[in-house]
Design a binder for this molecule. Structure first.
Ligand code: HEC
Length: 141
């Protein structure tokens, strides 16, 4: 029985479904380096083409679950592909303010402590993104 599980585990590693990072096309016109720094810390793992994955997240089935999330995140907002117009400035600011972003499963257990923003940082990032994303069109695609 254990042998079967080990074999199954080995086999699913062959499915090439894990996070990859396409080239960065264009970042939004950041209003300040501080805004970028906070966004990198709290949002880039799911909303950019510069996702950092620790080794254990490249292991299936974690990698599958994670990849799905990153794909969904990039579709909604991608800081590396700000090539459109108009946009989600209000949305992005709103998600931080109401606490839906970054998602709680991400900061859970302190796995990404740097993304666990203080309320002062939240305010900075909210205002910063509002200024930065105004008309930047980072819809992803
Ligand atoms: C752990 C991954 C992850 C992180 C980190 C993350 N997001 Fe998201 N985000 C998602 C996913 C997945 C979606 C799409 C599905 C959904 O709406 O929940 C999304 C959707 C969004 C949307 C679309 C509107 C909405 O509510 O669906 C916005 C705007 C957004 N995120 C902004 C942000 C901002 C700003 C940050 C940083 C403060 C951030 N996200 C951090 C995963 C993440």
């Amino acid at each position: 029985m254990l042998g079967v599980l080990v074999l199954a585990f080995a086999l699913i590693q062959l499915v090439p479904y894990r996070v990859s990072n396409p080239p960065v096309k264009q970042e939004p016109p950041w209003d300040s380096p501080r805004t970028r720094q906070l966004a990198v810390a709290a949002c880039f793992d799911c909303h950019s083409n510069e996702t950092n994955t620790p080794w254990w997240q490249d292991i299936a089935p974690v990698s599958w679950w994670l990849n799905q999330h990153v794909e969904d995140g990039r579709k909604a907002l991608n800081f590396s592909e700000c090539t459109g117009h108009g946009g989600e400035a209000g949305d992005a600011a709103e998600t931080i303010k109401n606490g839906s972003m970054p998602p709680s499963y991400y900061t859970w257990l302190g796995l990404h402590a740097s993304a666990d923003l203080t309320s002062a940082e939240r305010q900075q990032l909210t205002a910063g993104l509002r200024a930065t994303l105004q008309g930047a069109g980072c819809g992803g695609g």
